[in-house]
Design a binder for this molecule. Structure first.
Ligand SMILES: [Ca+2]
Ligand SMILES: [Ca+2]
Ligand SMILES: [Ca+2]
Ligand SMILES: [Ca+2]
Length: 222
């Protein structure tokens, strides 16, 4: 039996502790997908261990059936949200230790509060504006409660929705972005300890950086 030993070297060509993969192929076998049913026209997925069994689970948003599919090891449950979703994100918005799901779309937004066994409460709709292309999750005002940033694709803006810590959000406050923002991500881009946002603007071929003030107010600088 041939032995394979993967030798790792650093940039000075010094040998690092190797990974002994005797008898094992280096080639991964990702060529046989296994398919699981969702709702109709799923367009986004997120992975997390919703039922805390140590194995990742899947949530998918379905644009044509207006629902969110939760795929656990042994079950597949759909939650109707009452609008066509375009995106979904995760966070523990009511700080109970269980992951929750927020989803948005052209006509609304909803939150699904999770429990410890992978179940979710009936979705609650909230006002986040219209034409939501994407959400980013973060604590934008530094109160330790998770907030939302929504990319509003048709109004060329970003909305900040401050979380109450109970799974609800305040009314959206809008800030200018580029044209047709399709994606938004949070990060501290100027290293001042306050979360900022970056948007990908499909209509203006650029990225907007909106600097956070730490109060939930953003400065557009693009
Ligand atoms: Ca799991
Ligand atoms: Ca939660
Ligand atoms: Ca907050
Ligand atoms: Ca910053």
């Amino acid at each position: 039996m041939s032995a394979k030993l993967l030798l790792l070297r650093d940039r000075h060509q010094r040998q690092l502790p190797g990974i002994d993969i005797r008898g094992k192929s280096l080639v991964s076998t990702f060529n046989t997908p296994t398919n699981f049913p969702t709702g109709t026209n799923p367009n986004a997925v997120v992975a997390a261990d919703f039922n805390k069994d140590g194995k990742p689970d899947i949530a998918a948003s379905n644009t044509a059936s207006n629902n969110i599919s939760i795929l656990l090891d042994s079950s597949n449950t759909n939650f109707n949200i009452g609008f066509s979703p375009t995106t979904l994100e995760l966070g523990d918005f009511n700080a109970d230790g269980n992951l929750d799901i927020v989803s948005g779309g052209t006509d609304g937004a909803a939150i699904l509060l999770g429990n410890a066994t992978g179940g979710f409460a009936t979705p609650t709709n909230f006002n986040a504006g219209v034409n939501i292309a994407a959400f980013a999750v973060g604590d934008f005002n530094g109160d330790s409660k998770l907030d939302l940033a929504a990319a509003n694709s048709q109004s060329n803006s970003i909305s900040i929705l401050l979380g109450t810590g109970t799974g609800s959000f305040g009314n959206p406050t809008n800030f200018n972005a580029g044209i047709n923002p399709q994606s938004v991500v949070a990060g501290d881009f100027n290293a001042d300890g306050k979360l900022d946002l970056a948007t990908a603007n499909q209509g203006s071929n650029n990225v907007s950086i909106l600097l956070g003030t730490g109060t939930g107010i953003l400065w557009s600088s693009y």
